[in-house]
Design a protein around this ligand. Structure first.
Ligand code: SF4
Length: 367
């Protein structure tokens, strides 16, 4: 009886979503706790199709991590180093520009720039970096920094987030990456993101960036210590901010990769999320955002190429992109690369028409 009533509750919620009604927190938790990922994926795919048709998009992007020096020590992170640690590095602006040249030679239209919370780099470094890229490669879009970096830089420079955002915008920063959100809920966040900004601070930083003319993406790291209710709390908070600013370009669920992280070493997390869970996260994200946020992105680097194809038929509409030179997941052992040809092949195999897009999700060419 209990099973039956739960299943009819899920059906009712899916009907609401199909009818275009906004799902609430309780609806979201019921879906996220349900095993009916087929039903959710089916409805989510229908909503996706109404929004973008038969297409799936990607950007030709080059990832550049200017420094791995970080003042925080997130339990989820295999990337950061302390100053003086083996493997610690910070690139000069000139070294960064050489990497941008590599990216441009591979056809990149976007440079995705993130690093640690580096207390040794002045604001001028970032301004010089952004303006130099814009000057030397005017066709490339600078997508840079997580909310954690922007908040940290404002704090150590005793400025407001708005002031730093304006300076960066004038230097050429066009949009932000959306990272650092992890799980916003205060019961989970200290257990996974030690030393990083709080969930409330992440949301305020995003709002300040949006209000100062800088759009961003948004992310959610799942598959560690969080429960269904924390995922839904996270999605609803981002949805509420989107309704206010319309500054998010996409929502990107990121599957947690365990190797070389404190969470794995401590034994607090033993297994990665299942493929079934990965699909459910994409589907529920689509169902909760509805048409308020058109782009639910599938990060193939975190999810794997094959599961990513299924995700494209379960509510996801974008494969993020080539992510040339990706280093953050690489530190956790996920050393996957992809060519533009393979990316378009994956999309076609999933039954969709590939579109190369720009950073702002405008189509560049149908492939
Ligand atoms: S996740 Fe980011 S803020 Fe946290 S330790 Fe790693 S680099 Fe630093």
């Amino acid at each position: 009886m209990i099973g039956l009533s739960k299943s009819s509750e899920v059906s009712d919620i899916l009907q609401k979503a199909q009818d275009g009604e906004t799902l609430d927190y309780s609806d979201g938790v019921t879906l996220m706790e349900s095993d009916d990922f087929h039903g959710m994926a089916h409805i989510a795919n229908g909503i996706r199709k109404k929004l973008v048709g038969d297409t799936a998009s990607f950007v030709v992007g080059y990832n550049m991590n200017y420094s791995n020096v970080c003042a925080a020590s997130c339990q989820i992170c295999a990337f950061y180093r302390r100053k003086g640690d083996e493997g610690e590095y910070t690139y000069t602006v000139e070294e960064c520009l050489k990497q941008v040249a590599d990216g441009v030679s591979l056809g990149a239209t976007e440079i995705h720039i993130v690093g640690g919370l580096n207390p040794y780099l002045p604001i001028d470094y970032y301004e010089d970096l952004f303006s130099s890229i814009c000057r030397e490669y005017p066709k490339v879009t600078v997508k840079a920094l997580t909310m954690a970096e922007l908040f940290f830089l404002a704090k150590i420079n005793r400025s407001s987030v708005g002031e730093i955002a304006q300076r960066f915008r004038e230097a050429g920063l066009k949009t932000m990456t959306g990272g650092g959100a992890e799980i916003l809920h205060p019961d989970v966040r200290p257990l996974i993101a030690r030393g990083k900004l709080t969930g409330e601070e992440w949301l305020r930083t995003a709002e300040d960036a949006h209000n100062n003319g800088i759009t961003s993406n948004s992310t959610m790291l799942y598959g560690h210590l969080e429960k269904a209710k924390h995922r839904i709390d996270h999605i609803i908070k981002i949805r509420e901010l989107q309704a206010k600013t319309h500054g998010f370009l996409s929502f990107i669920p990121l599957k947690f990769s365990l190797p070389n992280t404190e969470l794995l070493r401590s034994g607090d997390v033993g297994d990665p999320s299942s493929a079934q869970d990965d699909i459910k996260v994409i589907a529920v994200s689509r169902l909760l955002f509805g048409d308020l946020l058109k782009n639910i992105a599938v990060y193939w680097v975190s999810m794997g190429k094959r599961v990513a194809q299924v995700a494209l038929n379960s509510g996801g509409n974008d494969l993020i992109g080539t992510s040339f030179s990706e280093k953050i997941y690489k530190e956790t052992g996920r050393d996957e690369t992809i060519s533009i040809e393979e990316l378009t092949h994956l999309i076609r195999e999933a039954g969709r028409v590939p579109i190369q897009r720009d950073t702002f999700y405008n189509p560049i060419r149908y492939m």
